[in-house]
Design a protein around this ligand. Structure first.
Ligand code: NAG
Ligand code: NAG
Length: 265
């Protein structure tokens, strides 16, 4: 036995009958605690993997969003037929200065200013125009405002007489106008595919027709528009604020025309 202990000293304590009485030391208690914590965490991890599947690789591109997606507020919102009268009016409202004003109000944060530090930490050296007010802020447009601008243009497309003083045929023959509409269509297509909204749209049976009839979507998770609108409005500027200055042409007015050139005319 003595020989064995010499050869296998590490086995000594595994033989209870020969073990000296031992009291748990602080180190032992800490080790047990750590082991229990690790054990619990591993159980949690296994449960998460079983429930959610293996985690997907995290992409860091959303950091180029402003605000970052993690900062956004969401709400469960009813859309479709029982949805919002305001958005319904923006589309179905008869063309008028009031409807135009509502769209322009919605697009008010179109010109966004991003603090230099926030911009540079997330845009991978991609450059943009800087504001001319000495703040160092960068000038960007958020994609949602670009897409809303496109939707406004499609509303104009539906009423060429009012918005372009053109008949349908004249509108179709205006290459510049149609080029802008195609650009907008492509932009919206890319946005829909990028966002990948997977909320479910349902159907019901029509007693008089064989085909299933689609319902409007009802409750979906939406960004809190009021919150996001205010957040972006607080970080926007108007072209009439004259915040843009071209290195060669100088300060620009609200029509993006050089201020000095206009004076000279
Ligand atoms: C950005 O540019 C700097 C200086 O040119 C360079 O050192 C850095 O690696 C670039 N970063 C990225 C993400 O391209
Ligand atoms: C609309 O177009 C017609 C024909 O081109 C032209 O005579 C008329 O002056 C235009 N109206 C406005 C408000 O531009």
């Amino acid at each position: 036995m003595e020989n064995e202990e010499d050869v296998y000293p590490l086995l000594e304590k595994t033989t209870p009958s020969e073990r000296k009485p031992q009291y748990p030391t602080l180190w032992t208690l800490m080790a047990v605690t750590v082991a229990l914590v690790l054990y619990s965490l591993s159980i949690c991890w296994v449960t998460k993997v079983v429930i959610q599947g293996p985690s997907r690789p995290q992409l860091h591109a959303p950091a180029s969003n402003f605000p970052h997606p993690d900062e956004k507020e969401y709400v469960i919102q009813t859309t479709g037929k029982r949805g919002n009268a305001w958005t319904h009016g923006l589309v179905y409202g008869k063309s008028s200065p009031q409807v135009d004003q509502a769209w322009f109000d919605m697009l008010r944060p179109f010109n966004t200013r991003v603090p230099a530090e926030r911009y540079e930490s997330s845009m991978n050296n991609r450059s943009s125009v800087r504001l001319s007010d000495g703040s160092g802020d960068y000038y960007v447009t958020l994609t949602m405002y670009h897409d809303l601008h496109c939707l406004m243009r499609f509303r104009w497309f539906l009423d060429p007489q009012y918005y372009a003083n053109k008949t349908w045929e004249e509108q179709a023959n205006d290459a510049g106008l149609m080029g802008h509409y195609r650009h907008c269509l492509w932009s919206l297509l890319e946005s829909v595919m990028c966002a990948g909204d997977t909320s479910m749209r349902t159907f019901h049976w029509d007693p008089k027709k064989p085909a299933p009839k689609p319902d409007s979507p009802t409750d979906r998770k939406c960004v809190n528009w009021d919150w996001l609108y205010k957040w972006t409005l607080d970080r926007s500027f108007l072209l009439s604020d004259r915040m843009l200055s071209h290195p060669k042409y100088g300060l620009l007015d609200e029509w993006l025309k050089p201020v000095n050139e206009r004076k000279n005319m």
